[in-house]
Design a protein around this ligand. Structure first.
Ligand code: ADP
Length: 531
């Protein structure tokens, strides 16, 4: 191929005339595919670059329509372009695809220049196609790279967001969890992070507390104990888990606060490990079981009381019943002859035990009834009721001396059955808790406010520690229990309830020469107390 000499450039001078044959030489030398076409798309010339790019020899293309090179989906693309050229409109170069002779697609960039005939008439066009496969491949790789990078960055951002959300979830969980949580980030647990629940239990502020001097250190307002002993240094579950790498579970520890109050903690701890599987701290959960332990102990006590009560009830019911049945069998034995005195004693015994039985049942019924408040009070002559109760008692216990100073009292606003039950209970107690040869005294007085009934005995008296508790349900003094004196601990509770229902009061005091005295006051009719 003949090289084309390039004249030296001179901006000021007219460009030199091109030597003959330069165009053919340029066409032959360029690697661009250059062809000329008619306005109807028929190829009129085809340079070596075109042959190289598309694989067609001149005679396979020249005279044929350009759409030979167009893939199906771009059919008549060039017709449209040539139409614009024919109309004298500018056509910018564009990227497209063409088909090589073997059917393979190739990416090309196409530039079109009109060929003008005389009179500026457009006669055809020069089409320059340049292989841009490498550029396209590069662009594709670049965009894949960019997409991959964007995806990666997007995932990073997403992961970061998820991580922040998880952290926030965890923080919130620690804040709201009603279980104490402690976290130590090093094996020595030199700092412990407390969530609000643990801080509450320890009476400290939540956040990070230093623990390098031990936990608790001397400045902390509590001590840790286990089974009554001060917890050894390093035995706190967090320290134990972090130092040994072993979990700790179900360990119970007492927190003894400086003010003497104690909280019971159920502790669990698990070690945290680093990448080398070495312990790097620990997380602990601490459950305040103080209330649970208290409830358990109350339940145990309630069970003991219940068992004791059931034992007492069955004893209190069975004993008089056994006696009553025994005596009844004795009396009804066939052919038995009983003298008058034995008959009388048996009768007294029968009545006393039947009444004891009836009294126990009556007291239990009174305490189990809730509808007493609705009972109307009425004027009652207390002295008459007290006399009746005393007579009753004498009939039950004919050998007991009951001294009375009753007279005729005023009227109280009360309930006759309740007053009689109160006096009967006090007399029964005086009978039970004083020697049988010591007289019982009963008096009734009326003052401006109340009618006062006093039942006194010369018995064991009331120990000061018992005085405050006697009127509580089921309370019995140690002495009464020790002496095996029969009773359920209900009689005085019934007295208190019935007296208060009549707007009155009952209390106990020591008697001057020994024994005890129970004083019942019921407001006198028309006094200020009966309001
Ligand atoms: P109970 O006599 O059935 O045990 P109460 O409620 O009547 O029940 O009495 C409660 C407790 O008060 C008795 O167990 C006893 O310890 C004490 N108590 C009651 N009355 C007297 C009394 N007159 N003298 C001494 N202790 C008494």
């Amino acid at each position: 191929m003949t090289p084309v000499p390039i004249p030296p450039s001179d901006d000021r001078a007219e460009p030199p005339a091109l030597p003959p044959g330069w165009w053919e030489a340029a066409l032959a030398a360029t690697s661009d595919a250059i062809s000329t076409v008619t306005l109807s798309g028929i190829v009129t010339s085809w340079n070596p670059g075109a042959r190289q790019l598309f694989g067609y020899a001149n005679d396979e293309v020249v005279g044929r329509h350009l759409n030979l090179l167009e893939p199906e989906r771009r059919h008549s693309e060039m017709d449209d372009v040539l139409q614009r050229v024919a109309e004298g409109k500018p056509v910018a170069s564009f990227d497209t695809t063409r088909i090589r002779k073997g059917g393979e697609e190739v990416d090309v960039s196409i530039s079109i220049t009109p060929v003008l005939a005389e009179g500026e008439r457009v006669e055809g066009a020069v089409i320059i196609a340049r292989d841009i496969s490498d550029r396209k491949r590069f662009e594709q790789l670049l965009s894949q790279e960019i997409r991959a990078r964007e995806t990666f960055e997007g995932r990073l951002v997403d992961l970061n967001r998820q991580l922040r959300q998880r952290l926030q979830d965890l923080e919130t969980l620690l804040e709201v969890l009603p279980v104490g949580i402690g976290i130590a980030h090093d094996q020595a647990c030199s700092e412990i992070r407390l969530n609000p629940a643990l801080a509450d239990i320890l009476r400290m502020s939540s956040g990070v507390v230093p623990a390098e001097r031990g936990f608790p250190d001397d400045d902390m307002p509590f001590q840790l104990m286990q089974d009554g002993e001060v917890l050894a240094a390093g035995a706190f579950p967090l320290h134990a888990a972090a130092s040994t790498g072993q979990p700790v579970s179900d360990v119970e520890i007492d927190i003894v606060h400086d003010d003497g109050t104690t909280a019971h903690l159920l502790c669990f701890a698990a070690p945290l490990f680093d990448d080398n599987e070495d312990p790097r701290g620990a997380v602990g959960a601490f459950i305040d079981v103080t209330e649970k332990r208290r409830a358990e102990s109350e339940l145990r006590m309630a069970n003991t009381i219940k068992d004791e009560f059931l034992g007492l009830v069955s004893h209190e019911l069975r004993t008089p019943l056994t006696i009553v049945l025994g005596l009844a069998r004795f009396l009804s034995r066939e052919g038995s002859t009983v003298d008058a005195e034995t008959l009388r004693d048996t009768h007294i015994q029968l009545r006393s035990d039947a009444e004891r039985l009836s009294n126990v049942i009556e007291n239990m019924l009174i305490l189990s009834r809730l509808d007493f408040e609705a009972t109307e009070l009425e004027p009652v002559r207390v002295s008459t009721i007290v006399e009746r109760a005393v007579q009753h008692h004498r009939a039950r216990f004919p050998y007991r001396i009951v001294e009375t100073d009753v007279g005729s009292s005023g009227l109280a606003e009360g309930n006759a059955t309740w007053v009689e039950q109160v006096v009967a209970n006090l007399l029964t107690n005086a009978e039970k808790y004083s020697p049988s040869d010591a007289a019982i005294s009963v008096s009734v007085r009326t003052d401006a406010e109340a009618i006062e009934i006093v039942v006194g005995d010369r018995g064991q008296g009331i120990a000061p520690e018992d005085a405050a508790m006697l009127f509580e349900p089921f309370y019995r003094s140690q002495q009464a229990k020790g002496d095996m004196t029969p009773g359920l601990g209900l009689g005085l509770t019934v007295c208190k309830r019935l007296t208060e229902l009549q707007n009155g009061s009952v209390h106990v005091r020591e008697r001057d020469a020994g024994g005890s005295e129970f004083i019942v006051r019921i407001p006198v009719l028309g006094s200020s107390e009966d309001a």
